[in-house]
Write a protein that binds this ligand. Structure first.
Ligand code: ADP
Length: 638
């Protein structure tokens, strides 16, 4: 018989190292993780048995068994589920399938992990948590339904490698045997096991059983006691969502949330209802109070668990919820769907569509209600999930207005941390103001100081501050709110004075030749040069077209490897800035003065700096500024 020794992948080594050496609290979750894996394995087997009767191998009942062997110092979690082949076990227990593993390990390496063990749960490190309490772990598994399938034995002491070899096992499924560490022997205790299961696995649908010794009185020889072993089911297996609301306490709701979400903190909101009519289903949904670290990752598991008549079909059904509500956790139990419903059926199913629509409405209504009646709580929600909710503006056209009503905004007129709604913005608009203005940026401080806001501040017009990289797309998608156009202050033309063309014409004429000259000098850099309606103190700035990308968005898309057409910007100059008067005078006297070229380049580079870009030639720019400074000092010195 051959024994193969294999190396763990690097990320597994790092993870194991961290779990063994830096996690001290909530070690008992290892049992929850193993039971959850066992339950998944049974679900898979049950699902396959619907189309392949061999899977059952004559067994009637799905079961998860816990065995504590005090003499050997081992706890074993066994299931009669799908099992694993040798190849499968090498892959499943030697690598980590999740993307975002590196981010997770980083978070784990940070100090905060010791106080935030829920990170572990969110990531679902599952199986590897066994090494928090064991020196050695042995897994024995046989794939269900394959008549002559071999049994594989996997074993590791978490020393960087594991071994696999063939072995024998008559029944299908998997045994995970934990050789407990000397100071973790408490998990051999029946009472301890019972407690941990009650706490974390009570709602598992399949029975979790353990043989317990009972003292019994002899029937024949009264008074004489003897000990018997009896199988006891440790979990209540109750489908809490099917109980009437009035019979469920807040604690029960919260415990169930923790069970399904692997979150250690209380949820922010519970939504529990039964729908009747076109579609019959029960939904128990939760809005968490904290965003999981990986909510923006691609492989974040989306959607509530789907049950059909109490039987779990899948633990995350993304067809049941729109992407922008992916923070919602919970359970949906349908009476209309078939038990052997497949992914393909789910994707084009009318019932599923109805449920999704219904859930979406319920969640959005709940949020609106929270915003109205529990503002502090809503604020907390929005800080955590506003970034995700916003996506709905872009993706759910029909509910654009409803979602817009739920958004909160930072504003240049408010202190940091105080938010307003779009309706409040409308209520505070200046007489005659026709548009809703926003500025995008990377920090609040930077945005507030932006030269693009000068004219707005001067006229006391409110501007919303938006700091998420997707904001420009979101606001572009919203277009307008209650009849008022939404406009970025860094794009397109701004004419707050409504001076129209008449006043401008006069100034325009005065600067016309100079503007043409600047245009010619910068013809490779900018698309146009024009007088600005948004500047007050600064000399000039760069803007994009109304429909163009803002610089932040352009950078983001380039960073994501997208082919962004490099669009030229428009240089806006401030006609009331003394520099242009001066330049105009110089230009009038000598249109070929080298000073003009020098100044135009300096001004253009300044404008680049102001929009957050680099000067075209930083060295030349620095040189030119220094030269000016020297000249200025000379002048001062007389
Ligand atoms: P996760 O469960 O989040 O995928 P784990 O590390 O807990 O991560 O498990 C890794 C994989 O190992 C599982 O996805 C599954 O394929 C396999 N596995 C673990 N336990 C069992 C089991 N009891 N029966 C069958 N497969 C299992």
């Amino acid at each position: 018989m051959t024994v193969e020794r294999l190396e763990f992948k690097t990320e597994v080594k790092q993870l194991l190292d961290l779990m063994i050496h830096s996690l001290y609290s909530h070690k008992e979750i290892f049992l929850r993780e193993l039971i959850s894996n066992a339950s998944d394995a049974i679900d898979k087997a049950r699902y396959e048995s619907l189309t392949d009767s061999n899977i059952m191998e004559g067994e009637g009942e799905w079961k998860i068994r816990i065995t504590a062997d005090k003499k050997a110092g081992t706890v074993t979690v066994s299931d009669n589920g799908i099992g694993m082949t040798k190849d499968e076990i090498i892959k499943a227990l030697g690598t980590i399938a999740h993307s975002g593993t590196q981010e997770f390990i980083k978070a784990l390496q940070g100090k905060e992990i010791k106080d935030n063990p829920e990170l572990i749960g969110q990531f679902g490190v599952g199986f590897y948590s066994s090494f928090m309490v064991s020196d050695r772990v042995t897994v024995i598994s046989r794939k269900a339904g394959l008549k002559d399938s071999k049994t594989v034995k996997w074993e590791s002491t978490a020393d960087g490698s594991f071994v696999v070899e063939d072995t024998e096992k008559t029944s299908k499924g998997t045994d995970v045997i934990l050789h407990l560490k000397e100071n973790e022997k408490k998990y051999l205790d029946e009472w301890e096991i019972r407690n941990v299961i009650k706490k974390y696995s009570d709602y598992i649908e399949h029975p979790v059983v353990m043989d317990v010794e009972r003292e019994k009185e002899s029937e024949i020889d009264k008074g004489k006691k003897y000990r018997v072993k009896e199988e006891e089911t440790l979990n209540s297996r109750k489908a809490i969502w099917l109980k009437p609301k009035s019979e469920i306490s807040e604690e029960e709701y919260n415990e169930f949330y923790k069970h399904i979400s692997h979150d250690f903190t209380e949820p922010s909101k519970v939504i529990h209802y039964k729908a009747e009519g076109t579609s019959e289903f029960t939904a128990l949904l939760y809005i968490p109070s904290h965003a999981p670290f990986n909510i923006l990752f691609k492989d974040f598991k989306i959607g509530p668990a789907l049950y059909v008549k109490r039987v779990q079909i899948m633990d995350h059904c993304e067809e049941l919820i729109p992407l922008y509500l992916r923070f919602v956790k919970g359970v949906v139990d349908s009476s209309d769907l078939p038990l052997n419903v497949s992914r393909e059926i789910l994707q084009n199913n009318r019932q599923v569509e109805i449920i999704k629509k219904n859930i979406t409405k319920q969640v959005l209504d709940t949020l609106a209600d929270m915003k109205r009646n529990e503002y502090e709580k809503y604020l907390q929600f929005f800080r955590e999930f506003g970034r995700v909710l916003k996506e709905g503006i872009h993706f759910d056209f029909s509910r654009k207005e409803t979602i817009a009503d739920l958004l909160l905004f930072d504003s240049i007129k408010k202190q940091a941390g105080v938010y307003i709604t779009l309706q409040e913005y409308l209520d505070n608009m200046k007489p005659g103001q026709e548009e809703i203005y926003y500025i995008t940026g990377t920090s609040r401080d930077e945005a507030i100081k932006s030269p693009y806001l000068e004219a707005f501040k001067d006229k006391d017009i409110e501007v919303l501050i938006m700091l998420d990289e997707i904001d420009d797309i979101i606001m572009g998608g919203l277009r307008e709110y209650r009849g008022k156009k939404i406009k970025s202050v860094i794009k397109g033309d701004v004419d707050l004075d409504r001076t129209g063309e008449t006043l401008k014409k006069e100034t325009k004429q005065r600067f016309e030749k100079l503007i043409d000259f600047i245009k010619e000098r910068l013809k490779d850099e900018v698309k146009d040069v024009r007088l600005s309606g948004r500047l007050k103190d600064s000399a000039c700035c760069l803007v994009s077209d109304e429909g163009g990308l803002d610089p932040a968005m352009e950078k983001l898309m380039k960073a994501m490897g997208q082919d962004v057409p490099s669009s030229k910007r428009i240089l806006e100059i401030n006609p009331v800035h003394p520099i242009f008067e001066a330049m105009n005078t110089v230009f009038g006297k000598d249109s070929r003065s080298p000073l003009l070229d020098e100044y135009i380049d300096l001004l253009y580079n300044q404008a680049l700096l102001l929009e957050g870009s680099k000067p075209k030639d930083p060295a030349a720019f620095a040189k030119a500024v220094s030269k000016l400074m020297v000249e200025n000092v000379k002048y001062l010195q007389g």
